[in-house]
Design a binder for this molecule. Structure first.
Ligand SMILES: [Zn+2]
Length: 400
């Protein structure tokens, strides 16, 4: 690499830290890392004038299916790269590619594509490893997941998939299914994050799930049980259980469509900013104009309609994934939930990094961390994105 291009001084920015916004001061980048925040000397560096924009840690999206017209289930390296580049334009600097319930062969093809794409991904958001969403779900909470593929956890099947790919970092399942607790323990042993999803569990089942290693609620509120009655008696569902159990982290699709303002405020109030990860859960139409699209793979996905800023099943009975981008989540969370900007950013950066166990190297503007940086304006419109010291969006056409 040209040594001149490996050093940057970002100046004239409002720097967003996990705790506050610093006016003045510079951020120094060398060889892909943040080496200083404040004032120092650095020779042979490229100076980037932020023009008074916010300088934020890059957004970390733990749950995303697609964007820019591509879906990870297309199963090609090209699809992976298109999605990584599309979301980088909206401030995402690291993401966890997410699958849909599918035939095992299609799943394995997607895992192969991940391996190939990761080696050549230099112009988009970094890949943090794969998230398998399904197929071990409650049929009654399937949402837009294809019911043909939903089943109970099968040790022979999941061991084979986990043996096949070392790149799986998280897996979402319904903990009340037969075999789901053993599945959670297996994931925990292998260092894979287990998440509660598409579930009809009651409180005791959620407690058992936490005891077996589940620690995250996938797209909180969507496709999960709330308080219910059985033979006149009331039971706490997954939603109440997640509020009650402090140790459970939550994913929030803060696109302003999936969850209205009062629920965003309630989540913020009860769970607190350090337990909230803003996610896009975006499908292929993110970053594309409204109209018809496909949920899942091009080969055998479901036809959906994108309107009102969200994807819907054709009969409009259910949402079928979001078309959000990470900057929209931060804007919406700030505006609808009345969250200070630096906290909204934290829910899109440091908290997801902590959930994935990578907060020592990503998630905030701090010395020694990866130079994952974004410049945006008051409306959270992204001007410039840097991933691990490489400018992947914006070039010099920002700020000034
Ligand atoms: Zn999803």
């Amino acid at each position: 690499m040209d040594p001149l291009m490996a050093r940057y001084i970002l100046t004239n920015a409002r720097i967003i830290t996990p705790f506050r916004i610093l006016d003045g001061g510079n951020v120094y980048v060398e060889d892909g890392k943040i080496v200083h925040v404040g004032e120092t000397d650095m020779a042979d560096a490229q100076v980037i004038d932020a023009g008074g924009c916010y300088l934020s840690p890059g957004f970390i999206d733990l749950h995303v299916h697609g964007g820019g017209g591509a879906d990870f289930m297309d199963g090609t390296p090209e699809a992976f790269l298109t999605i990584a580049e599309t979301h980088a334009r909206y401030g995402t600097t690291a993401l966890v590619p997410t699958t849909l319930t599918a035939e095992t062969d299609d799943l394995l093809a997607t895992l192969d594509a991940y391996t190939a794409a990761r080696r050549v991904n230099t112009r988009g958001a970094a890949f943090l490893g794969m998230h398998l969403e399904g197929p071990y779900f409650a049929l009654s909470q399937r949402g837009a997941q294809d019911p043909r593929y939903i089943r109970n956890p099968d040790p022979a099947e999941y061991q084979r998939i986990l043996d096949y790919s070392p790149d799986i970092v998280r897996w979402s399942a319904a903990p009340e299914l037969p075999g789901a607790l053993a599945f959670g323990r297996c994931l925990k042993e292998r260092g894979v994050l287990a998440a509660l999803a598409h579930t009809d569990a009651v409180y005791d089942e959620v407690v058992a799930a936490v005891e077996s290693g589940y620690s995250l609620a996938t797209h909180f509120y969507s496709a999960m049980s709330g308080v219910m009655r059985r033979n006149a008696f009331r039971y706490a569902g997954v939603i109440e259980s997640v509020y009650l159990l402090d140790e459970i982290d939550v994913e929030v699709i803060a696109d302003g469509v999936h969850l209205p303002a009062p629920l965003l405020k309630l989540i913020y109030k009860v769970k607190g900013i350090d337990r909230i990860a803003l996610i896009t859960d975006a499908m292929r139409a993110a970053g594309m104009p409204p109209g018809e699209s496909i949920l899942g793979s091009e080969k055998n996905g479901l036809r959906v309609i994108v309107e009102d800023g969200v994807a819907k099943l054709p009969d409009r009975t259910s949402f079928a994934g979001s078309v959000a981008t990470a900057n929209r989540l931060v804007r919406t969370f700030r505006d609808l939930a009345a969250v200070p900007l630096h906290e909204a950013v934290r829910a899109a950066s440091l908290t997801p990094a902590r959930i994935m166990g990578i907060d020592t190297r990503k998630g905030s503007i701090a010395v020694g961390k990866d130079a994952d940086l974004v410049l945006f304006d008051e409306n959270i419109d992204v001007r410039w994105t840097m991933v691990e010291g490489r400018v992947v969006f914006g070039g010099r056409a920002h700020g000034a």
